[in-house]
Design a protein around this ligand. Structure first.
Ligand code: SAM
Ligand code: DTB
Ligand code: SF4
Length: 329
């Protein structure tokens, strides 16, 4: 089992043989890799059902952290206007619309290093209100203390999103205001409180293939693997540190999805940010490789996502259908 203590005090948290197994799988011929991923996928899921989540930025911009990819960090001239925490009623109005659009999970994101205790009552009311609409709830609010995580769990929060983003080795190249071990600590807090975990990362930040493999092996080796694994393709943000990062090779992206599916057979692997820059054919390959979740709606937190008509047409062309709530649990 891995722990943040192991991450910080004993060098790498990964065992060499796990990494080597993952490397061998990643480097199979693409046909063999996809065949294997599809077999794993079919053993655990309906291969044609895709879970659909909807995002809302409940507190945008002005963030104290220096994540090199993010439009919302106050450290970079990204031109984004900061705003305060949204009113609960406005959040619930948006959540109702998301439900009508077919979303089964509502994900509320805040541009914070961590929530302040004075925000907790509003967050609790948002969770209770969205649950009352019959949707699963997810929040992503930055680092949580054990006490804050307990309050969110008591309110009925289903999922907490907290990405490790990249490998332990590469983390400090992307973010310097917190550590990889800090991330693992928050993941442990939410897991201890019985909240389901959504944790993944970003491809296209200048990391190596080895970093991507290492990130997935870390996720797969958490004491309990995340129920949701978002794999984002970097959306380059003008003004951010990674504005000019080289794009990921689409086949490497598909290989990474397939490895995530094989290493975490029961997790929902989400084809997350960056779909507007992916062809329909690339997305089809990602679904074949085992991705079975997406964000719907034309905005993510601050950046664009395919419009709903385009996604509906893609689902028709591929014979995919939305996953019902009971299948998603
Ligand atoms: N502040 C919270 C945190 O960092 O945990 C929650 C919001 S943060 C925007 C959620 C995640 O979105 C990040 O961890 C990162 O993986 C992803 N993300 C942010 N900006 C992105 C971008 N430009 N391209 C792709 N993924 C991005
Ligand atoms: C995740 O892994 N991706 C989502 C969600 N978790 C919160 C966020 C993507 C953000 C893309 C950039 C933006 O919209 O600003
Ligand atoms: Fe802040 Fe989250 Fe963006 Fe980092 S990713 S700058 S913590 S909003």
């Amino acid at each position: 089992m891995l722990s943040s203590a192991a991450a910080s005090s004993e060098g790498s948290i990964l065992k060499d043989d796990q990494l080597e197994d993952a490397r061998i799988i990643y480097n199979l011929s693409l046909n063999d890799l996809l065949f294997r991923a599809q077999q794993v996928h079919r053993a655990h899921f309906d291969p044609n059902a895709i879970q659909m989540s909807r995002l809302l930025s409940i507190k945008t911009g002005g963030c104290a952290e220096d994540c090199g990819y993010c439009s919302q960090s106050a450290r970079y001239p990204t031109g984004l206007k900061a705003s305060k925490l949204m009113e609960v009623e406005r959040v619930l109005t948006q959540a109702r619309k998301a439900k009508e659009g077919g979303a089964t999970r509502y994900c509320m994101g805040a541009a914070w290093r961590n929530p302040k205790d004075r925000d907790m009552d509003a967050l609790v009311a948002m969770i209770e209100g969205v649950k009352a609409l019959g949707m699963e709830t997810c929040m992503t609010l930055g680092m949580l203390t054990a006490e804050q995580s307990g309050k969110l769990a008591d309110a009925g929060l289903d999922y907490y999103n907290h990405n490790i983003d990249t490998s332990e080795r590469y983390y400090s190249e992307i973010i310097t205001t917190r550590t990889f071990a800090d991330r693992l600590d928050t993941l442990a807090n939410v897991r201890n409180d019985g909240i389901k975990v959504c944790a993944g990362g970003i491809l296209g930040m200048g990391e190596t293939v080895e970093d991507r493999i290492s990130m997935l092996v870390t996720l797969a080796n958490l004491p309990v693997p995340p129920e949701s694994v978002p794999i984002n393709m970097l959306i380059p943000i003008p003004g951010s540190k990674l504005a000019d990062a080289a794009p990921v090779d689409p086949i490497d992206f598909v290989r990474t999805i397939a490895l995530a599916r094989i290493l975490m057979p029961r997790s929902h692997v989400r084809l997350s940010a960056g779909r507007t820059d992916m062809s329909d054919e690339m997305q089809a390959l990602c679904f074949f490789a085992g991705a079975n979740s997406i964000f719907i709606g034309d905005t993510l937190l601050t950046a664009g996502n395919p419009d709903e008509d385009h996604d509906a047409a893609l689902f028709r062309r591929l014979g995919l259908k939305p996953m019902q709530l009971e299948q998603a649990q």
